[in-house]
Design a protein around this ligand. Sequence first.
Ligand SMILES: [Zn+2]
Length: 226
Amino acid sequence: MDNDKEKKGEKSSDLCKHGNFKGDCSVCDKERDRVFKKRDIEVESDGRIVLYHATIGEKLVKILEARSIKPSQETGERNWGSEGEKDDEIKKEKVYLADEKTLRSQVAPHQNFDGGRVYILKVKVGENNLRIDEDSGYEDQEDWLGSLDDLGMLSHKGEIADFEIFDKLKYELPKDRITFYSEKIYGAESDDEAERWTRELNEERQKNADTEDELVREAIESSDED
Ligand SMILES: [Zn+2]
């Protein structure tokens, strides 16, 4: 650390791993450009980064009411992992994000165990609050660029107020899985029977999804009012 930096009272956390000020390092800039290009990441003119978050209808209603995507600590809910595991406290403070392609192909399908809707939210976030996704294998929470590079996933410390609904995915549960469920739940003794129960289960889920759509629509309308 040179004298200039000390005079300004900079802490080591203001420096990148190359020893330069964050935001003023050509090595970091080049690395960021490479990863953003690879992951197709847009940057706003004010420097904020565009990323994506997946959620289900029930949670979207809460997000719309709060006008904010909140970390699990504040909502008391969680999508990933289980209570008491490693990094649990850190995870509770974060909202998990991904690039659009990774979100669609890898994150969204996991939000859909019940065969319901998955909503994709587009968010704009500052770099300072970006952190790793623990599945990336990076130890340092600040290595979000590596996490995005390797995994297409990362996280944001704290709530995110700048979001919009970007897309809604309609899933039907894959046939093998739903057949498995209907055999398990209803004890079907033949393929025909399992098929029929599968169809009924899908119809029921479609009805639930329609009800949920209505709740989301109402939440969108009331968040648009004022
Ligand atoms: Zn650097």
